[in-house]
Design a protein around this ligand. Structure first.
Ligand code: 2AL
Length: 248
């Protein structure tokens, strides 16, 4: 099985971290390919970043369909473009936020999300509502760390995230922690060892969910809302994304 992980930001070091984490949990016989779009924001920390990053994400999904991937992971915690990607892809497409929240709900009665900047807390809360996860999500917390600071050990990111996780366990009645950024994937095992509760990283959770869905012979339903985009002409610089009859 071939799974394509799309990091919608353009920071290659983060994409490589995700590839390593995914390969560490992937089943024998699963090939992991991790990519970033050719252009777009280096980090995604708000609605505007997310909207721009969605174009590159969809380009990578369309390329993935030509390359014959079995399933996809949208590897940014805002799950940007998730439903649009599902319109385009034949196989399953799983977002890291939805994967992490669903998996957390299976191992604890409630979880807290620990994310990067406070301004992204609303986005995570909206997703919890949209996914029916609000009843499990005790609180969304921010360590007030910029996404790119996760790429630099000297920023003290780990200690700040650990402190916020400890506060979640002390104050939120959370039994598990959901990491609110795909760039935290390399911290999950260390945090889990330090905290003694399940710490869920969405990248690895999403890879295992895609493997499960493909293994069960399940693909994205093309009946109704997630049918391929209607063929039409898009104009200007986005003309190459015009949905055609053959390639979605
Ligand atoms: C993210 C993420 O997962 N990747 C990125 O660039 N921004 N999310 C976040 N809350 O910071």
């Amino acid at each position: 099985m071939r799974i394509k992980i799309i990091n919608p930001n353009t920071t290659r070091s983060m994409t490589e971290k995700m590839a390593a984490a995914a390969r560490a949990v992937a089943a024998p016989g699963t090939e992991i390919v991790a990519v970033s779009p050719a252009g777009g924001p280096a980090s995604i920390e708000g609605h505007h970043d997310e909207a721009i990053a969605t174009i590159g994400l969809l380009e990578e999904i369309r390329a993935g369909e030509r390359e014959g991937f079995d399933g996809y992971v949208v590897a940014c915690f805002g799950d940007p473009g998730l439903l649009a990607a599902r319109e385009v892809a034949r196989g399953p497409v799983v977002g890291v936020a939805e994967a992490a929240m669903h998996v957390a709900s299976l191992v604890a009665p409630g979880f807290s999300v620990v994310t990067t900047l406070g301004r992204t807390r609303g986005q995570a809360a909206h997703l919890a509502e949209r996914y029916g996860m609000a009843r499990f999500c005790r609180r969304v917390r921010a360590a007030e760390i910029e996404v790119l600071a996760l790429e630099d050990d000297a920023t003290g990111a780990y200690a700040r995230i650990l402190g916020e996780c400890r506060a979640a366990l002390a104050e939120d009645e959370a039994g598990a922690i959901v990491l609110g950024c795909a760039g935290m994937t390399d911290l999950a095992a260390r945090l889990q060892a330090d905290l003694g509760v399940p710490v869920i990283d969405g990248v690895t959770a999403a890879v295992k969910l895609v493997e499960s869905l493909v293994g069960l012979g399940l693909a994205t339903s093309k009946r109704g809302e997630l049918a391929p985009p209607l063929p039409k002409t898009y104009s200007g610089p986005l003309a190459h994304l015009s949905p055609g009859a053959d390639i979605p």
